[in-house]
Design a protein around this ligand. Structure first.
Ligand code: MIC
Ligand code: SF4
Length: 647
């Protein structure tokens, strides 16, 4: 098998990571391969479903080297629902013998980077920002919960061999310009679909100057390009970081061959990078900060898995020390982990932050996923996060901008969007030699013997997973919704206040497409399901499989679009919704909301036509699927498939 692999890819870090885990297929871009997964991570908002699926599949203990269940998204517990989710996650982690990172211990990606991520390993996470661990030289990929549940049960993970894009970094970052500005520059150049089917692999003379937390900011937000993942080599910087978190024994070198050739190259001279900002309502809407300078700001939020490292928050502390946040503005800071929080307190930086008027929130996702700090009507909110989709903050009319910590603090101090270079220069930011790993909220796996007695607790809000019906020979129904390009999973299945419904599909399904059309649920019910028409990059953003599961519950039969985002496409197959793309993109204009459609599904590998019964036309469409995907769809999704064929 090895000699059939594309020789070029084997010289890349990505290729080396893939090859050492390759179990099926050949490493030729576009071809489907299966890889072994060493580590998995889940978080509460996707994890309850992943574990319900594990239970449905009869998985009783993980077969991975390491699996961690994090509780970080919804920690507020406004009523029993969320508290029940936590108890379920705690009890099943104990039963399965997993690590459990309890609420308040930190954001999964930051904690994983500090404690568990290792160069040379594969990590599959039920969260789209899992690539954060690419900053340490791991092959870290985001996926739907069902794929992660299967990997936890020892099954291989399937993906298309990506094209490897080399992102060559040269030069040196100027004062007050940050790693965040590098990834914003990447987004400015390739946009929110520019990474689809690709891995962004960083190389070049500037790499040794970037610390692991800086690299992790870049790999984290690489998710916003649609890339399969992003990766850095593992070098002396990686060793320094792993030493600082007490894991130098887990370090190993990982680098591309000297004569590496990439399929494409993006070159960025860091000396020329300037402070950038993503304007509402897309992370791809990037402009120089100077273009929007002077805009009045109401709120600043620092944190999220993109920018909540010790380095980030010490930067904020240095800039805020002895100053005061503008009076009519609210500044919040969410440390990425309890260890970061502890170190800030221990070294006195917390006092600088509090003294300047910052409000310190828990070490969780918090405002990033609409858990608190919803801005006021029409507010301008500057956030160091990675997503600014409309309404995600909890306020539809809010104008959310994404920036570096430096830019965010400059805004907090001046009350208007400001170029941080106007704020003077920062001294070198010191990394503590040791970031002490706080263990109070991290529960290690139980001994196998003790697990037998553990009872898994399902509260009343936790509804068992239901299997879908087999696909009929003809799909018929109405076009319930026609959508534009770049529809995100936040449009399909809003998070925020509904996070506590993640374990209860019948209830959560009442909110499908609510941000786009609040009448959708009732209409879908009345018509007994139907079809969705969409544009390019449908389903971009989060990995939440509820964006497939809940529409499937409402009997959405097929989704016909110009193109799909990777994780969402896999989720649609897993939950039995037929994904189709237009053969001719202009045919998008030949379907309207309300049109009656039908599709003959007997030969999905052959020519497929979408019959528009209302307009009396046949539209050629195709499936972006493999033969196996088609088999899975035919039996009603992955759970039915595994139950039927036990494979
Ligand atoms: C997000 O940032 O959108 C989330 C919330 O972390 C999601 C996961 C989810 O919906 O639970 C993600 O990025 O995958
Ligand atoms: Fe949490 Fe936001 Fe990161 Fe998603 S993007 S994992 S919500 S901090």
């Amino acid at each position: 098998m090895a000699n059939k692999n594309d020789a070029k890819i084997l010289k890349t870090v990505t290729g080396k990571l893939l090859q050492t885990h390759l179990k099926e297929g050949t490493l030729i871009p576009g071809e489907e391969i299966s890889i072994r997964i060493d580590q998995t991570l889940t978080q509460d908002a996707t994890g309850t479903m992943a574990f319900l699926e594990s239970e449905a599949l009869g998985i009783d203990k993980p077969q991975t080297e390491l699996s961690v269940s994090y509780i970080d998204h919804n920690t507020l517990k406004q009523d029993f629902k969320n508290a029940d989710d936590h108890v379920y996650l705690q009890s099943i982690a104990a039963k399965y013998g997993l690590y459990l990172s309890k609420a308040g211990n930190g954001i999964c990606h930051q904690v994983h980077l500090e404690r568990f991520a290792r160069p040379g390993k594969t990590l599959l996470g039920s969260d789209s920002h899992t690539p954060t661990s690419g900053g340490i030289g791991a092959l870290a990929i985001g996926a739907g919960g069902l794929d992660v549940a299967q990997a936890m049960g020892g099954r291989l993970f399937k993906l298309k061999t990506p094209t490897v894009v080399g992102v060559k970094l040269t030069g040196h970052l100027k004062p007050m310009v940050a790693a965040k500005d590098i990834i914003l520059e990447v987004l400015r150049r390739i946009g929110v679909k520019g990474g689809v089917g690709k891995v962004l692999e960083y190389f070049g003379p500037a790499i040794p100057h970037l610390t692991v937390p800086q690299r992790a900011t870049i790999t984290n937000m690489g998710a916003e390009t649609g890339a399969t993942t992003s990766v850095f080599p593992s070098d002396e910087q990686t060793k320094t970081f792993m030493d600082s978190v007490g894991r130098s024994n887990e370090w190993s070198e990982l680098k591309a061959d000297d004569d590496v050739e990439y399929d494409e190259i993006i070159e960025i001279n860091l000396s020329k990078v300037i402070p950038l900002i993503a304007k509402p309502h897309s992370p791809g809407n990037v402009v120089p900060v100077t273009e929007v300078e002077g805009t009045k700001v109401n709120q600043v939020c620092i944190g999220s898995c993109t920018n909540s490292s010790f380095e980030d928050l010490v930067t904020a502390a240095y800039m805020l020390k002895g100053k005061r946040v503008k009076q009519n503005l609210s500044l919040t800071i969410s440390p990425g982990s309890m260890s970061v929080y502890y170190a800030l307190a221990k070294h006195g930086y917390l006092a600088d932050l509090i003294g300047a008027g910052a409000r310190i929130l828990e070490c969780t996702c918090g405002p990033c996923i609409g858990q608190g700090q919803a801005p006021k009507t029409d507010a301008v909110s500057i956030r160091t996060f990675n997503r600014n989709f409309k309404g995600r903050s909890g306020t539809k009319s809010a104008q959310v901008y994404l920036s570096s910590v430096q830019t965010a603090v400059a805004c907090a101090l001046t009350g208007v969007i400001s170029d941080p270079r106007e704020m003077g220069e920062l001294r070198e930011i010191p990394m503590p030699q040791h970031l002490r790993m706080k263990t109070a909220l991290m529960v290690p796996p139980m001994e196998e013997e003790d697990r037998k007695e553990i009872e898994v607790i399902h509260g009343p809000n936790i509804k068992p997973i239901q299997c879908m019906e087999e696909m009929p020979g003809t799909l018929e129904g109405e076009t319930l919704l026609k959508l534009e390009d770049d529809i995100t999973t936040d449009h399909i299945m809003p998070a925020g206040v509904y996070l506590s419904l993640r374990s209860n599909v019948p209830e959560y399904a009442k909110h499908v497409f609510e941000p786009v059309d609040p009448t959708f649920h009732d209409r879908a019910k009345e018509k007994n399901g139907g079809f969705i028409i969409g544009g390019e990059n449908y389903g971009q953003g989060s990995s939440r499989e509820h964006a497939a599961l809940c529409p499937s519950y409402l009997k959405i039969k097929a989704i016909i679009v110009k193109s799909f985002a990777r994780i969402h496409l896999a989720n649609l197959v897993n939950f039995g919704i037929l994904p189709l793309t237009f053969k001719n993109q202009t045919d998008y204009d030949r379907c309207d909301q309300g049109d009656k459609l039908s599709i003959n599904t007997t030969n999905l590998s052959g020519e497929i036509f979408l019959k528009n019964e209302t307009k009396k036309i046949d539209i050629p469409v195709k499936t972006p699927l493999t033969e196996k995907d088609i088999e899975i769809l035919k039996v009603g999704g992955m759970i039915s498939y595994i139950r039927k064929y036990n494979k």
